[in-house]
Design a protein around this ligand. Sequence first.
Ligand SMILES: Cc1cc2nc3c(=O)[nH]c(=O)nc-3n(C[C@H](O)[C@H](O)[C@H](O)COP(=O)(O)OP(=O)(O)OC[C@H]3O[C@@H](n4cnc5c(N)ncnc54)[C@H](O)[C@@H]3O)c2cc1C
Length: 484
Amino acid sequence: MNYDLIVVGMGPSAVFLAYELIQLNNYKNILLIDQGKPVQERFCPIEKIGKCAKCKPHCNITCGFSGAGAFSDGKLNSYHLSSGNKDGSFYLGGNGAEYFRKYFNEQEIYDLLVYTDSVYLKFGADEKLYGLEYRDKIKKIQDKACKEGLNLISYPIRHLGTEKAHVLYEKLENYLKEHKINMLFETEVIDLIINDGIVSGVKLHNIKENTYYDLMSSKVVLAVGRKGASWLSNMCKKYNITTKIGSIDIGIRYELPNKVMSKINKYMYEGKFIGTPYPYGDKVRTFCQNPGGFVSSEVYDNSLTLVNGHSYKNKKSANTNLAILVSHNFTYPFDKPIEYGENVAQNLNRLGGNSIMVQRLGDIYRGKRTWPNDLKNNSVKPTLKSAIPGDLTYGLGYRTMTDILQFIRNVDKVVEGFADPDNLLYGPEIKFYSNEIVLDKNLQTNIEGLYSIGDGGGLTTGLMMASCSGIVMARILTKNMKCT
Ligand SMILES: Cc1cc2nc3c(=O)[nH]c(=O)nc-3n(C[C@H](O)[C@H](O)[C@H](O)COP(=O)(O)OP(=O)(O)OC[C@H]3O[C@@H](n4cnc5c(N)ncnc54)[C@H](O)[C@@H]3O)c2cc1C
């Protein structure tokens, strides 16, 4: 069977690629493939049974239509010029910033962000933008942070909410179906077909029927997300797809009372603190802050369980959670950041009996593990009930742990109570986007006809930029693609 275009993965990057091809009226024979299920069939049993069921064959949180976006709480970093930043600039996160700034001018990037945002609005995103109303108050906190060697980034944020994100992506799925985009679910792409530096198709495994077959196309877009990062890394080795060693972000999910974070939550919704704490000077940052949110877990390849967090639009907890991530940049001769991260996760998972581990900050300071009784008497109650109290310091490297603890002390000088002993650390939280594929202007790899978008190839690290990369891909393909 021949297709004009095959897209591996159905996360936001792939969904926005398909959406934009429809707008450009330039699609006929396009196929999207995902190992997970349609969005309306995706459920995470953790709320019902109280613990991660390690869904087989693939985690429902990260796989299926809209990928990791379906259960994300959908904070869209809008980066509008209207944010009121004096220089009128916008902040681009992730490696994608380098790509976009190299090949697009400011106006083009701005237009792309606004356009992508408008698609989210069209399918039901909340109109409200956080971070615009309290500019003066935000400036005061930023100045305080600056004195402590911390950069507090403030750009507008739109919050979809976990339950609403699901509904929004279902509408998008129906829209693609109505426009006759072919979608194959519960089908793994197990290999690529590449000969003499040219791609010609993919090898598939239909999970339900347990059948194996090939599908052909001279254009294949890889949109495999962090879930597919390890598989993609193997493909890169097998077919000499050029990559650079990216950094890997390893850290913890931090949970503390809403009242400690009340100002940041109210003024900004999400505060992105970035520091380089003593003595290593590594980049440490807060990421994915969820006011009134819930800590969650998700399962990756090799059954690795990682922690994450999200927040609903209406259902609220008494806590705020956020990631504290340390960027690890390995130097010669070590060049396997993904394997390093997997080892850290594996160790922590074993120590936690294959569950997420949780520890009180005060217990880390006192050099003791946290016991169930310590949690019972703790003022901050964990929102991830299945987390096992234990000792994270057995599994996280000395450097990572030192970076995190020093960073917490520094932020405490800006946000009083940030270093309270009752605050909770969950681990491991790891972002697998370190396999950075080298792409040309057309988002093409060194293999002819093989493209990469979204988080999996290390281009992006979040919903907004992943979606933007899909739109850019569609526009590039439309210029170059002749449909049958
Ligand atoms: C709990 C949670 C909360 C989050 N909150 C936010 C947030 O608030 N704001 C934000 O910006 N970002 C957030 N994120 C991150 C965001 O979801 C991702 O950045 C985004 O989904 C990346 O999109 P993508 O298209 O690159 O890949 P993904 O969404 O990861 O999708 C990749 C898809 O590819 C499929 N796939 C992979 N390999 C294969 C294969 N070999 N064969 C077939 N299919 C394959 C997977 O099943 C998956 O469906 C969150 C993520 C999670 C899990």
